[in-house]
Design a protein around this ligand. Structure first.
Ligand code: SF4
Length: 362
């Protein structure tokens, strides 16, 4: 693809959730300096590629003054050529949105709002350390729907003390709100978070039963699973995330942001002071040809449409079966992969046990 996607990291949150290891903190007094540094970073980056999608992630982009977001989008529009139909997403949290914010986002070009709901169970929201209640999600999401027709709800399962019935109730509540897209991730208990010393990961069978419940209930309600953890109404697949999974180029701006440009992976500093001082890039790794091939296959297989052997050949001038034939054949035999002409993809069982395939690929 001769296009580029942009990721913009907003590292501010009202309060740190108890399970979160993302690069974010309640450091709003740094917001002015941060956005000034962000603008500097954008100003210094040149590209003649068309911008295919833009994603404001975090942190909680909706927690900062909306004029900062409008300003960044204004700069991007002046500096780069924006592709027709460019998807511009912004992550939000319940309780941080107002009519005025949503209007400003829309006027600035934002056309998709993603909301971190995680659960519709007030007891579990409290354990997670979220800033909102179930009613807060419903209120905020109704507000989003008033202004936007492309929206996502993020949900999490396998939470401490969550039963299968609790999870089904969350799914039903989410479906009732009619988002055009739902992401459903199993909680990973990360080292260094308050959860780490307090909770064990959920029982594996319960985790899988919750995943199947999501898959089945969402399919029954018209959400097509297009990636291991992502489900969308027809035409509402997240364009930006598809760029990641399909190996497209993206440039990340902001604290800790990652980029992939012309097979080089760049990583911005995670140190706020260094970032504010303009010492932006912390690491550059040029991917070897084999690493590029691994990424193509591993990321592509995450999508239910799978990968094209011809596209692989056109990209790397090598037959996919020459590079990974043994692994593909092994997992076709084990029922985790299916091959249909040019197309290679995970089976339903393979989506569930994708790690067994991925382990062989690395
Ligand atoms: S809102 Fe999101 S980014 Fe912020 S602390 Fe909670 S999980 Fe982390």
């Amino acid at each position: 693809m001769n296009t580029l996607s942009l990721y913009i990291h907003i590292p501010f949150c009202i309060k740190k959730c108890a399970y979160c290891d993302f690069l974010s903190a309640p450091q709003f007094d740094a917001a002015g300096a941060y956005f000034a540094a962000l603008k500097k970073e954008i100003n210094a980056f040149e590209t003649d590629k068309e911008i295919y999608s833009i994603f404001f992630g975090g942190g909680t982009p909706s927690a900062v003054d909306e004029r900062y977001i409008a300003d960044i989008l204004d700069l991007i529009a002046k500096k780069y050529s924006i592709a027709r139909g460019c998807e511009i997403s912004l992550e939000s949290n319940p309780g941080t949105l107002t009519e005025n914010k949503l209007r400003t986002y829309k006027n600035s070009g934002v056309n998709r709002i993603s909301m971190g709901a995680q659960s519709f169970d007030d007891r579990l929201l409290k354990i997670l350390g979220r800033i909102h209640s179930k009613n807060g999600i419903i209120k905020s999401f109704e507000l989003v729907k008033k202004h936007f027709d492309n929206h996502n709800l993020d949900l999490m399962f396998a939470l401490p003390s969550q039963s299968l019935e609790d999870w089904q109730d969350t799914l039903e509540n989410a479906i009732k709100l009619e988002p055009t897209h739902i992401s459903a991730y199993s909680l990973i208990i990360e080292e260094g978070t308050p959860f780490y010393d307090k909770y064990e990961p959920a029982d594996e069978k319960l985790d899988r039963d919750m995943y199947y419940a999501a898959r089945d209930l969402l399919a029954e309600n018209g959400y097509r699973q297009y990636e291991i953890s992502n489900f969308a109404k027809t035409g509402f697949e997240c364009r930006h995330n598809l760029v990641y999974w399909q190996g497209g180029d993206y440039k990340g701006f902001g604290l800790g942001a990652a980029s992939l440009i012309n097979s080089s992976r760049l990583k911005n500093t995670e140190d706020m002071q260094r970032y504010l001082d303009g010492k932006t890039i912390a690491e550059t790794i040029v991917l070897s040809r084999f690493e590029q091939m691994q990424e193509f296959v591993m990321l592509g297989l995450r999508c239910t449409d799978g990968i094209s052997a011809e596209k692989f050949k056109n990209t790397f001038e090598t037959d996919i079966y020459t590079a990974f034939g043994d692994i593909i054949k092994k997992h076709e035999k084990s029922g985790l992969l299916e091959i249909s002409g040019d197309n290679i993809r995970l089976t339903k069982k393979g989506i569930d046990l994708s790690n067994m395939v991925f382990v062989d690929l690395v």
